[in-house]
Design a protein around this ligand. Sequence first.
Ligand SMILES: C[S@@+](CC[C@H](N)C(=O)[O-])C[C@H]1O[C@@H](n2cnc3c(N)ncnc32)[C@H](O)[C@@H]1O
Length: 224
Amino acid sequence: MKHSLDEHAARFDEMAAEYDDEESDEYRACASLVVEHASARPGDTVLDLGTGTGAIALPLAETAERVVGRDISEGMLEEARAKAADRGLSTAEFGEGRFRDPAVPDDADVDVATTNFAMHHLGDAEKREAIEVIAELEPRRIVLGDVMLFGEADPSEPFYSPEVDDPATVGVLADAITDAGYALTAVERVHDQVGVLVAERVEPVGESVGPVGDSDDAAAEGES
Ligand SMILES: C[S@@+](CC[C@H](N)C(=O)[O-])C[C@H]1O[C@@H](n2cnc3c(N)ncnc32)[C@H](O)[C@@H]1O
């Protein structure tokens, strides 16, 4: 990570009031894909990490039973809370939490985890750790939209400012996701440096049940 959490939080506190005015077409496309792929169902609890002003959390809160939005910037969280109140959405709750410790409420059982345009602030090892933390919550689906490299990093292109960003290659993210017990089900390339990865939880293989058929029969067959 190129800046400390406090520095990132202060930077986002400062830009919180104007953050929603700065959206690019690619950012909007990425956010729409994250919401679409999250495909929240009634009854679902969604965890949205690096939730910012609620670009992902608020639309999902229209369908899901509960959306837990977590961020390190109180300024961004305040904007998200105000938007939820304006829209009359009581299904979204916003509070302090970070990738390393998302502070998921004890009574929340996460079905879907999302994050958009936030993980690229972490170094690659921290991204892997963040994905492991999310996987430990055992959501059925993880949707990760972010600055990610489909080719060579190009700071002259939008979305990658080397002084604050630390985007991973798609390969590094895909490896971290699959190592955490998830299967990639979709890769959406929005731009050479922006994409969305969708992953489903791989159910652990059950205990071996031994030979098919009645165990007494199997034992009897062994007798001769
Ligand atoms: C570019 S904004 C994206 C916000 C929102 N997800 C969206 O799509 O508009 C990145 C957000 O990530 C938050 N963030 C950065 N590092 C974080 C961390 N380690 N844990 C949680 N949030 C973090 C920032 O405070 C900021 O609100």
